[in-house]
Design a protein. Sequence first.
Length: 300
Amino acid sequence: MLVRGGAPGGADKGLRLLLVEDSAADRELVERAFREPAPLTGPVDLEVVGDAEAALSAIREATFAVILTDYSLPGRNGIEFLRALREANDETPVVLMTGVGDEFVAVTALQQGAADYVVKEIGFERALPVVVDRVLGKRALALEAERGRQQVAQYAKRLERQVEDQTAALRRALQESEALRRVSRALAAARELKPALDLVTQTTAQLLRARAAAVMIHTEAERVLVSVWGALREAPGLKRADLLAALGAGFPETGTAALRGEGGAEIGLLWAGRLAPQPFSTHDLELLEALADLAALSIA
């Protein structure tokens, strides 16, 4: 049964409450309390059922701001009804109404998650609008606090991700710097060109996460493939009419950097290719140019 109160004529839909009460006399008292103007709660829609099973059914069909339940009910009592609600993950605030002398029951209800309780003494119904308003106020504060906690948690997680990203970027920068120093030292000590350029192509593939890398040296007639690494067949000295196009044919993503000699003249090319469609970033191309400069020094 739905009882509307608070607004004259019941024209405006208001706060939706569920009353679980098997006593006709007590139902009438509660209905009257919410039928009269209630400045704290405002207009109220009060749905009334007589037992816990009917209440559980009503909750499956509609959403209520607060549930008012008597302790003494046919079948499940008020505490058992409250437990059933929580087992169903329903967090609707519950106000338990209990008889005089049943304060232990009220304490148990609070321990089980009830929002508040009212002792059924003379005039108890007049306290219900005040209790409902207090419960709603507490719930609003709790929800606001929870939103605040979630926002703080999300902010902390974002900061954690930023720190992780910055740490990873710093770690990679250190690895790249060390790799460039290692290549520079090795090239300075190298006595033969081929092993020196092999180190350049190997380091290029590793640092750029490329599937293959190659160094080509320009001759007067054509380009000569001097060193390859990765998913290319080793072919030192291989000459082709269009070697660069042949290298790039099987790789959806490629990057190149010129090897420059005296006066900035192009003397060769450092090439890297990826099988996955992952474009080379600006940083990747800058790193490729740094490696190309080292390779050029070994050729000069």
